[in-house]
Design a protein around this ligand. Structure first.
Ligand SMILES: [Zn+2]
Ligand SMILES: [Zn+2]
Length: 141
């Protein structure tokens, strides 16, 4: 089934988000830099990045790095939105300290549905930035 083939794992979401944080929607990111940021070894990062390339979310250019495709940018913005909204909620409403709020948001961001996240976001008045510094882009009404 095509849809299940294109489903992203938790690790893959994290990579897309990190590539987006480091390179934005149009910048190449060195695999070694990505690995350092994610605290993994470079071969591990290469393996996951290659999986993302097969699924069409990134392009890999040898010796240059990895860049998000249009689909990759879309997924990265959505996962960053979920992360940011959850983190604001955990910090401002549940009063977790910023570092706990960030860690908990990492656990929840791949689980929450778009529908619930968008409702939560509106309830929080569409925050622009998460306590960890991540910019939140809103693509919902
Ligand atoms: Zn965060
Ligand atoms: Zn939003």
């Amino acid at each position: 089934m095509l849809s299940s083939m294109l489903m992203l794992t938790e690790a893959e979401y994290r990579y897309l988000k990190t590539i987006y944080i480091l390179g934005g929607s149009k910048g190449f990111v060195k695999t070694s830099k990505l690995a350092r940021r994610l605290s993994v070894k470079t071969p591990t990062a290469i393996r996951i990045v290659q999986g993302l390339a097969v699924k069409g979310f990134v392009k890999v250019v040898p010796r240059v790095g990895v860049i998000l495709t249009e689909d990759g940018v879309k997924e990265a913005i959505e996962i960053a939105h979920k992360h940011g909204v959850l983190e604001v909620f955990l910090h401002e409403v549940l009063e977790l300290n910023p570092s706990d709020a960030h860690e908990e948001a990492l656990k929840l961001e791949t689980r929450i549905s778009h529908k619930v996240c968008d409702k939560l976001c509106s309830l929080l008045n569409k925050p622009r930035r998460a306590p960890c510094g991540l910019e939140i882009v809103h693509r919902h009404p």
